[in-house]
Ligand binder design. Structure first.
Ligand code: HEM
Length: 175
């Protein structure tokens, strides 16, 4: 069973899941009135958790992958794990986090708040790290990684440090 049936690519499945999530969020935003804000804030936090889970795990994979012989079976397994983690979890979660974060800022009238400006600065930095990790997935896929394990261990800390700052800014709102 299933022979001859074309397998749906991870990127395509992620795109479908993203479209369904966007449709549901739009329906909540239009139909739920005042209740839309807390519901979509909950979805924002769920997306944040998914994005961060991937951003914390992906550099861990790089730390092990860079020690493995290029072309070996283990190296090929790491490539599949990295590509799937990026396409199925990290990329869609970032899109949902950004879209709902901007909606919350607009709906809640937060755009003039200093804490949000500071938070956006750190989120932009986190998105830059995301772009750097995406490029690294491509480089590993082509066996062209140039960073050492020690350098990957340092990069591994960047998402954690940024996340701590972002969460303090949005929860404590110190200014
Ligand atoms: C991508 C751009 C983002 C924007 C524009 C944004 C904006 C917002 C806004 C306006 C709120 C509602 C604040 C309130 O109602 O008091 C919120 C909630 C929250 N955001 Fe974001 N956010 C973004 C990304 C992130 C990221 C990357 C994280 C964590 C790493 C994060 C963590 C949270 C948390 C934990 C809450 C709930 C805070 C609470 O209810 O006390 N956000 N965000």
């Amino acid at each position: 069973m299933g022979e001859g049936r074309a397998e749906v690519s991870p990127a395509r499945r992620a795109a479908v899941a993203l479209a369904v999530t966007a449709g549901l969020c739009l329906a909540v935003a239009v139909l739920a009135g005042e209740a839309a804000y807390p519901w979509l804030k909950a979805v924002h936090v769920i997306a944040v958790i998914s994005w961060m889970a991937g951003m914390l795990y992906l550099p861990r994979l790089f730390i092990y992958h860079c020690e493995v012989k290029p072309g070996s079976e283990t190296s090929e397994t790491f490539k599949v794990m990295e590509r799937r983690l990026l396409q199925i979890i990290i990329n869609p979660a970032m899109v949902v986090t950004w879209a709902l974060g901007l909606w919350l800022a607009w709906k809640g009238g937060h755009f003039s708040a200093s804490w949000l400006h500071a938070k956006l600065t750190l989120v932009l930095a986190l998105s830059g790290v995301h772009g750097f990790f995406s490029a690294a997935v491509r480089r590993f896929a082509e066996d062209r990684n140039t960073l050492t394990q020690r350098q990957w261990r340092l990069w591994n800390e960047a998402p954690t440090v940024l996340m701590v700052g972002i969460v303090i800014l949005v929860v404590v709102k110190p200014f």
